[in-house]
Design a protein around this ligand. Structure first.
Ligand code: PMV
Length: 304
């Protein structure tokens, strides 16, 4: 994927099925890739020019510092993405993974998973302060995972009978602010937060089983419970409630906000065969459906 003067890196969106926010405090979480929402970064050599701004600039600085080679000001960056920014779908992790892959390739190196992971996590620390690492891991592996801080992620087999709809509320919210708001809530009542965390951990076990068995009813129940837990920690907005209600009215077996919340994306599940009908009814209720299809893996780009 490197032609000498330019190189490409790709990574998929991720959706947390259950356990977001609680995962920051050691709870297991389960996340799946969304293979049809992909970010592609292309890096090209150029004559030294103006510095890059924002997260792209921060990532390039990290990559240069870690791997040496091409200074950021001598790179052109072009990013094409299906992943809405700040919507809980792991856009910043997909960006840092894709940039790291492209950067290493342009430097004539293979983008080995360990190098890409470490670089992406360093970029995520700049964007989020204290990332759990779940976003990076799914963007990197393209697989459904059970993720627990400090433990190796466990791949979860995906049973193709399950269909997933992703809808975007169109309201973006910075992950770092949402994580800080949840931290304040936890400080205010530790015992209550721990009770919710225990409940989330049990739902992560149930999600893992449901995904492996293709048990859409149980997965729907997990989503309903996950939504209630996120509501209790204050990350569910009125717009999210509207989209979740629209999904349920359209026949979804369960629906919830995913990722940091405060707006963002909503997930809904059903058997694969019912997905087109549910998605059509949601669209006719003015919901912006951005992905609808079977759960599946994102084919990684060949590097170990
Ligand atoms: O909204 P996103 O895609 O940045 O997901 C963040 C997930 C959190 O659990 C809220 C934070 C984390 O680092 O795990």
């Amino acid at each position: 994927m490197s032609s000498g003067r330019s190189a490409v890196g790709r990574a998929p969106a991720k959706a947390i099925v259950v356990g977001e926010h609680f995962v920051v405090y050691g709870c297991p979480a389960v996340a799946v890739p969304i293979p049809d929402l992909v970010l592609q970064a292309t890096l090209s050599r150029r004559d030294p020019g103006p510095p890059h701004a924002g997260h792209v600039g921060a990532c390039l600085a990290v990559l240069h510092e870690r791997f040496g080679g091409l200074p950021p000001e001598s790179l052109d960056v072009s990013v094409k993405s299906d992943i809405p920014w700040g919507s809980g779908l792991g856009s910043s992790a997909a960006l840092s993974v894709a940039l790291a892959r492209a950067y290493l390739r342009l430097c004539g190196r293979k983008p080995f998973a360990d190098d890409v992971r470490e670089a992406s996590l360093a970029c995520e620390r700049i964007a989020h302060g204290r990332p759990s690492g779940i976003d990076t891991e799914v963007a990197l592996t393209g697989m459904a995972l059970r993720f627990e801080r400090g433990k190796p992620p466990v791949p979860v087999p995906i049973n193709g009978r399950i269909g997933l709809i992703v809808a975007d509320t169109g309201v973006a919210s910075p992950t770092s602010e949402m994580v800080a708001a949840v931290a304040a809530r936890r400080e205010a009542d530790r015992a209550e937060f721990d009770r919710l965390l225990q409940a989330a951990a049990q739902k992560a076990d149930e999600a893992e089983n449901a995904l492996a068995l293709g048990d859409t009813d149980s997965l729907g129940s997990v989503l309903i419970a996950g939504q209630a837990l996120l509501d209790e920690i204050g990350v569910v907005t009125e717009e999210v409630r509207r989209v979740v209600a629209a999904a349920r009215e359209a026949g979804a077996l369960g629906a919830k906000v995913t990722g940091a919340g405060g707006g963002g994306a909503v997930l809904a599940v059903h058997q694969v065969g019912s997905i087109p009908g549910v998605a059509a009814r949601m669209r006719s209720d003015n919901v912006r459906v951005i992905s609808a299809g079977p759960l599946g893996e994102f084919e990684p780009e060949g590097e170990p």
